[in-house]
Ligand binder design. Structure first.
Ligand code: XMP
Length: 508
């Protein structure tokens, strides 16, 4: 079992980020709600606890609180922002409300540190602050270990009991040496040894899967995306011959994509089924131009094709799902308005009987999934693939979909991807969209009346917000020239310069 750090979530916007940073330090951690019973926390035998920030004041009537017993477990605690204030408040310090605060801070803040603290190697640096309330008096037994011009307690600690608190956010990259502060807490205070590596994870998962599956039969829907590919590689390593992967080719994939997926898994020892259902999908989508209807049709058809293929292989004991940790952290977070029904492809088939679901990636963040994929020897083009929506090119051909339009888009998209990758543009998602607009052009001496393609390229860390990428004109130039010269039926290329919000990343 790995050493575990528990991150208690008090509603902070950076809870996932803290967890990712801890994992980057090769320490396993889990994010749990602040309401988690203390018995459960004890039973997990954590090496350390981290309290996240949160939007409240400790004095708010509904502010998330925790029982003081948490401080009697003999486990080191790091409180961040609200977590630090809560620690101060619960242990007898004074938190002064924002109303009389001159110490309200937001953004990059010059901070001085006491290097006598094990957390800080430098005497000064920038920290990222975001708080109204502030700690005006530390609890008994604590010393102040960092200050800013306006904040008397930017960090505090009780070395003896291993309680540490920082008012700023070490997990945010704007805090200079923030990662090193977290690392120091984990290694020098909690005594972590860094036993969380993808090499270890692969080994323990392979053993665990073998034990669970026994001589059962396992079925996996392989989309060619990072998560399902890595899950397939892991299962294949564990129970190779008992695994069947069904790869449904919807016909909505990018240039060469189906062949690439097949090439990666062809000789892996598993039973690999490539099912070309493109005609079937095209037929169902014929004349449909509403984006949500497209999504629905593809989602339903996908399940149907998958079920039909699954029936052919007979008995199934386990079904593999590529759920990853952010899906788990995010599930149950309120009812946001449905802008697009994203999670529509790869839902559970109703007509396949199986005993149990296996989710071998449910503890991993995306960057860990990629690292695991590399560890398992998957080719880089699969492991570092940019996200690609389940409905595929169907939501990138605006309006109704035809075979010809898909063929045009595939070529145009290949040009965008090639040129952006060649130029080393740091975009997180980039592709072409075949707009439903045709316009007049002139080629040679002749009039053309052809399609307009839009280039979309964004930078984003979470895909919930995104900035359009400032691609140099020279690169746009090359893309545009190549597209109109190499791809038939394109005579105009535009670049989408909207960010998200107000636009979304995809056009549909
Ligand atoms: P939007 O367009 O909502 O996209 O800004 C955010 C991210 O989600 C992807 N996306 C989808 N993924 N099924 C998926 O699996 C979908 O229907 C879908 N629509 C958008 C999009 O590519 C981006 O990464």
């Amino acid at each position: 079992m790995n050493q575990t750090v528990i991150i208690l979530d008090f509603g902070g916007q950076y809870n996932q980020l803290i967890a990712r940073r801890v994992r980057e330090c090769n320490v396993y951690c889990e994010v749990l709600p602040y309401t988690t019973p203390i018995e459960k926390i004890k039973a997990m035998q954590p090496a350390g606890l981290i309290f996240t920030g949160g939007p409240n004041s400790v004095y708010d009537q509904n502010a998330p609180h925790i029982g003081k017993e948490i401080f009697t477990l003999g486990v080191p605690v790091l409180g961040i922002c609200y977590g630090c204030q809560l620690m101060a408040y619960l242990l007898g310090g004074v938190v002064s409300p924002a109303s009389d605060a001159t110490a309200r801070e937001y953004g990059k803040t010059q901070t001085t540190y006491q290097t006598s603290s094990v957390l800080f190697a430098d005497e000064a640096g920038i920290s990222w602050m975001s708080h109204g309330d502030y700690i005006s008096a530390v609890p008994e037994g604590f010393t102040v270990t960092a200050k800013t011009d306006v904040c008397p307690v930017a960090a505090m600690e009780c070395k003896e009991k291993k309680f540490y608190g920082v008012q700023f956010h070490p997990e945010v990259s704007h805090t200079e040496n923030g990662l090193s502060m977290l690392r120091r807490f984990l290694y020098d205070v909690c005594g972590c040894v860094g036993d969380w590596t993808m090499e270890n994870y692969a080994k323990t998962q392979v053993d665990a899967i073998r034990q669970k599956v026994g001589d059962g039969r396992v079925l996996l829907a392989l989309s060619g995306g990072v998560d399902s590919s890595v899950a397939a590689a892991l299962l294949s390593k564990a129970v190779g011959g008992q695994l069947t992967c069904i790869f449904v080719d919807t016909g909505m994939m990018r240039k060469n994509e189906g062949d690439e997926v097949e090439a990666a898994f062809q000789n892996s020892g598993m039973h690999f089924v490539r099912c070309d259902a493109s005609e079937q999908f095209l037929q169902k989508l014929s004349g449909v131009s509403d984006p949500e209807k497209k999504r629905r049709i593809i989602g339903e058809e996908f399940i149907r094709v998958f079920e039909a293929e699954a029936k052919k292989i007979g008995r199934v004991d386990f079904l593999v799902q590529g759920t990853i940790y952010p899906d788990i952290i995010e599930s149950g977070l309120g009812d946001a308005a449905v802008i697009k029904s994203h999670h529509n492809v790869g839902g559970l088939p109703e007509h396949v009987d199986f005993k149990e679901i296996i989710e071998p990636l449910r503890l991993l963040f995306k960057d860990e999934v990629r690292a695991l994929g590399r560890e398992l020897g998957l080719p880089e083009y699969l492991v570092s693939r940019q996200p690609f929506p389940g409905p595929g090119l169907a939501v990138r051909v605006i309006g109704d979909i035809t075979k010809d339009k898909l063929a045009i888009l595939r070529e145009a998209d290949a040009v965008v991807r090639e040129e952006i990758e060649k130029a080393g543009i740091p975009a997180n998602q980039y592709f072409a969209v075949l707009t439903n607009v045709r316009s007049v052009g002139v080629m040679g001496d002749a009039r053309t009346y052809d399609y307009m393609v839009a280039i979309r390229a964004v930078t984003t860390s979470d895909f919930m917000t995104a900035d359009y990428c400032k691609i140099p004109y020279a690169v746009l130039d090359r893309i545009s020239n190549r597209m109109v010269n190499e791809v038939k039926h394109i005579n105009r290329v535009v670049y989408d310069i909207t960010s998200k919000p107000p636009a979304t990343i995809e056009f549909e």
